[in-house]
Every structure is written in C-alpha cells, then in structure tokens.
Design a protein around this ligand. Structure first.
Ligand code: GTP
Ligand code: MG
Length: 555
C-alpha cells in the first residue's frame, strides 16, 4: 500500500538521499517531533537559491544511458546531485558542485539552427540534449516506469486513508502523500533562479524569491509557484558605499507612484518572459490587480507561476507561516487536512472569487491552535516580544518584527491528538460569532469586528486590512454549515478503522467526500434531514462540550 511517489526519482538514490538528510527539516516526518535545530527561513532561502544557481535543467532524449549522461556532464566539473523526472518528456535536474561548471557547459553548447524558423539566441540554463550517435541509446533501461509531478489520485488517497491505523495516522498519511518532495522543492527554486536570470538582464542584482505555499511549509504537490522579484537587494548593496564629501546617485526615471513603477517593471519583465524565456508560455500581465502580477506557465517544470514585485510583506507572511508550520508537527497535518476538506467541498477554488482562500483558512487554523488550552501556537505578539535587534523589520511603515530563530521558541505543553483537534476545529468555527468578532493571530483572541464584512481576519502585518474581505455571507454560511456537519459526522462516526480490508470509508475519509459523508453513513442516519442533524449537533455540543462553549462565544 505504499503510495506511488508523485514525483518519481528515476535514479541516483545515493546522492539524493545524502542531500535530503541535510534538508530534512523541510520535509518533516509527521507525528515525530524533530529535535534537530531548525533552520531559519532566510537561511533556507539563501541556501536553496545558491544551490539552484549551480543547477541546470536538461530536456533529455527519452532513452538515454544515465552513466554516459553523467560522464558527459562531469567533464564540466563534479556533480553534487541529480535527478530525472517526466513531464511531457524526460528532464534532468543536475546540480554541479561549482558554479563555474555552468559556464564551461554553456561554452560547449550551441544555439540550434532551424530550417523554417528563426531562434532568439537567449542562452539560459535550460538545455536540450540530443544524441549524436544511436549507440548512446541505452541497452539497460534508465527507468522502468515514468511518472509525473502531480499528486496521488483521489482513489489512491482514499485507499491510503482507509488503510491507516487511526485518525491521527490518517491526517499524517495525507500530509506525507501530498507535501512537497525534496525534488519538487529543488525544481521550484531552480525555476525561480531561471526567471531571475531573465530579469537580471535589466536588473543585474535582482533576486527572484519563491514565497507562498512553495516555501511556507503548507505547499502541496501541484500548488502554484509564487515569485517575488526583489529589487531592493540592489538598494541594500548600495547603502554606505559613498565615502568622502560627495554622494553619488544614479540618474533615474521618475514615475508618479510606487504602483506605477511596479506596473512598468512587471510589464517589461512580462514581455521579456513572453518573447525570450525558454519554456515560459501563456504569459498574462495582470497589472491592474490590487497586487499587480505576471502569470505564466513554466512548461518544463509544469508550474503555474505568479510573478510579483513590491510585495515584501507577502514574503514576510510566508516566513511567519513557515515558523508556525515548523513549531509543532501537528500544525501542518491539521492544515493539510483542512485545506483538503475545504477543497473537497468547493469551499476553496483555484479561481479567485467570493470564497475563502487557503491563506485565510491557514490563518484560521493558526488562530484556533492559539486558543487551545494550553496553546499549541504562540501569538504573533509573543513572537515579537522574543525578537532582538537583528529581527527588527519594518516594511513600508508596517512593523513586521518577530523572532526569526525558531529554536528559541518554547515548545507547547499541549498533547491533544489530531483527531481531537480536528473535531474541535469544526465545533469552534461551527459556533464562532462571525457576525460580531474578528480573528486576530497577533493577539490570539477574538476582537470586535471593525466593519461589516461577513468574515473578518485581521492581516497580521497591516492591522487595518482584512485578508478575507472577498468572502461573501453565503460562502461564510457554507463554511459554517459544513463545519457543523463535519463535527456532527465525527461525533456519530465510529472513528476506528472498521477492518483492514473493509472498503467502507471511515474517519477523515468520510469528511473528504463531497456532498457530505451522509451518503456513506448507515441508512438510518442518512435519512435524517440536514436541519435535524445540525440541531442535534448543536444540542450535543451544548451538552458535551462545556469547554468549547465557553471558548467559542457561541451563537
Ligand atoms: P496556495 O493556494 O497553495 O497557492 O496557497 P498560498 O499560500 O501560496 O496562497 P496564494 O498563492 O493565494 O498567495 C501567496 C501568498 O500571498 C500567501 O501565502 C500570502 O503570504 C500572500 N497572500 C495571499 N492572499 C493574501 C491576502 O489577502 N492578504 C495578504 N496580506 N497576503 C496575502
Ligand atoms: Mg500560492
């Protein structure tokens, strides 16, 4: 019953295993607290970026001798790590030990000549390998099976969940099957690095950082790749360089606002990606959005990319979520399952609209975990109080300071199971006074809502903003109804695995089946109308859960 890896390593187990060990804090082992020191977000980002800069992406012939391939590339220097994957063809990601090797490889590479079309001679780190002699074709197969980077199918997931031993095991199994793999993370950083090379044609010291779910520890296989084009790094380098009596400045063009500058920069980079970027297709410039962006597909990696600039607070939000996700192994398992639950019931969607986003849902989970007794997660204010001078961070007037070294944060003494937390989450938000209260992870307590938006979740770094402003009353109601129904199902359900070979969905699986688990419940329960079930749920909550009713300020 081992899941087929979503992103199959086609070869070289030795080298990758060694590398995975050094980065294992990112691919957490669910259910077991990792005692090894955890890296800071900025350390991870810098290390991964440096690694990506020594890496190339090669489109390979479908049948190729791995041994000969590596021997050929090793002419340019030692290889630290490599793997193959399939996505509309066979690709290799090859990480050299030294950056110089890439120049050597580039010097030996030529631009193709086409008979009927002309080429744009942009020399990137994305190559195409061709066989000169048929003898290089393999006699020994490189891979017996090819695979895509997509996550396991729903059928596979339900199989895995049914074979789990307990509900806690189910939540951890879901996390394990869908979290980003080491190779997928490498490919994400490599894709950013390739885009950085293109943007660097205009802004030589720019950095393209991944942010959002690719790096915040909550990413699932197949999630989009959010990129932040960082031009401030250039400014930072320039500070204090001028000595003596004079101050030298660059002559620059001025525009009326930061937003216009952002739009102009993204417009040009978008054109550049469209016209010169190997593998960048479907480029859309969405410059009038609240946060202007360029959206495109990176064909070789299969990632849907959103490139933004002037969006540093989002990068800081990703760091905050990374800290919360790394503090306690239950956090990611719970968030993954709830994101799945929300998606399964169409509470979230990949299309923007009046529904809740994964980001808002994650903040709701964090808030809920701050409200447990004892709390599982600290408030943002307490993370701020632990900060020292080097952690100080103010972005466009917003104080975004919090401790960056997560090893200095005291672990929680709370030992509640995932099963209990999931049930309590549904009860908590099934009864939350959304009409009166706002969710605030800075203080870890409800606050009076400052406006009439149906769902109010305070932006952690810009307190006057609501991150769920887009959510309509009917979508909120749907969330509340489903939370109540899920709490009810968990109360009614025999949450123990029926028998290892039974096909009957149980535990988490019942919650992930759209149109309610009721379809799968025993007939006598199925007949009960929803309104009646909700009523009985409310009654049972009132009767059974004094703690939750005091906590939740029930409706
Ligand atoms: P996925 O749905 O897996 O892509 O999750 P995600 O966390 O990557 O969300 P998304 O791609 O929508 O947004 C990327 C990042 O932008 C988030 O992680 C947040 O840091 C930030 N972000 C998204 N929406 C908001 C918002 O409404 N307000 C603020 N302040 N930041 C947001
Ligand atoms: Mg995203």
């Amino acid at each position: 019953q081992v899941p087929r890896p979503a992103f199959r390593l086609l070869s070289c187990p030795g080298t990758v295993a060694a590398d995975v060990r050094s980065e294992e804090h990112l691919v957490a082992k669910p259910g077991s607290e990792d005692k090894a020191p955890k890296k800071r977000f900025s350390e991870v980002q810098k290390e991964r970026r440096e690694q990506a800069q020594r890496t190339v992406l090669i489109h390979c012939p479908s049948k190729i001798s791995e041994k000969k391939f590596l021997k050929y590339l090793s002419q340019h220097g030692p290889i630290n790590n490599h793997f193959f994957y399939e996505s509309f063809g066979l690709y290799a990601v090859v990480e050299f030990c030294q950056k110089d090797s890439i120049n050597s490889l580039k010097n030996e590479t030529h631009t193709p000549c086409l008979d009927t079309e002309a080429v744009i001679p942009f020399k990137s780190r994305f190559f195409n390998l061709k066989l000169k002699h048929q003898s290089n074709r393999i006699s020994e197969p490189l891979c017996t099976q090819s695979s895509s980077q997509s996550p396991p199918s729903s059928k596979k997931l339900f199989e895995l969940l049914n074979y789990a031993e307990s509900m806690d095991d189910q939540l951890n199994t879901l996390l394990k099957a869908f979290q980003l793999t080491e190779e997928n993370i490498k490919l994400r950083y490599l894709t950013c690095s390739l885009i950085e090379d293109i943007a660097a044609a205009y802004f030589p010291s720019c950095v393209v950082w991944p942010f959002g779910s690719s790096v915040n520890s909550f990413g699932k296989l197949g999630c989009d790749l959010d990129m932040f084009l960082d031009l401030d790094e250039i400014e930072k380098c320039d500070v204090h360089k001028n000595v003596g009596n004079f101050l030298m400045e660059f002559q620059v063009k001025n525009v009326p606002s930061g937003r216009i500058a952002t739009q102009k920069i993204l417009s040009v980079i978008g054109e550049c990606l469209d016209h010169f970027g190997p593998g960048c297709v479907g480029v859309q410039k969405i410059l009038n959005a609240r946060c202007p962006l360029v959206r495109f597909s990176h064909q070789a990696s299969g990632f849907q990319c959103d490139l933004t600039t002037n969006n540093r607070i989002a990068l800081k939000s990703s760091e905050l979520l990374y800290i919360y996700g790394s503090l306690d192994s239950r956090v990611r398992a719970l968030v993954f399952s709830l994101r799945f639950w929300a998606r399964a019931h169409s509470l979230t969607s990949s299309i923007p609209g009046a529904w809740i986003t994964n980001f808002s849902l994650t903040v709701m989970v964090i808030f809920f975990l701050q409200r447990r007794s004892p709390p599982i997660l600290p408030t943002l204010d307490s993370l701020k109080s632990l900060a020292d001078a080097e952690d100080r961070c103010v972005i466009e007037g917003s104080n975004c300071t919090f401790i960056q070294d997560l090893n200095k944060i005291k672990p929680s003494g709370n030992t509640e199971t995932l099963e209990l937390l999931l049930k309590e989450f549904f009860e908590y938000f099934g009864n939350f006074s959304f009409n009166k209260n706002s969710i605030n992870i800075r203080q870890g307590k409800e606050q009076n809502k400052p406006d009439s938006s149906p769902l109010h979740i305070q932006n952690p770094f810009e307190p006057s903003l609501n991150i769920s402003k887009n959510v309509s009353q009917s979508q909120l109601q749907k969330l509340v109804d489903l939370a109540r129904e899920s709490a009810w199902i968990l109360q009614q359900e025999d949450r123990h695995q029926p028998s290892p070979s039974s096909k009957r969905p149980w535990g988490l699986t019942t919650l992930l089946i759209p149109t309610a688990g009721s379809k799968f419940l025993p007939k006598k329960k199925r007949k009960k109308p929803v309104s009646e079930r909700v009523k009985s749920l409310l009654e049972s909550i009132k009767d059974n859960s004094p703690e939750s009713s005091t906590n939740t300020d029930g409706k």
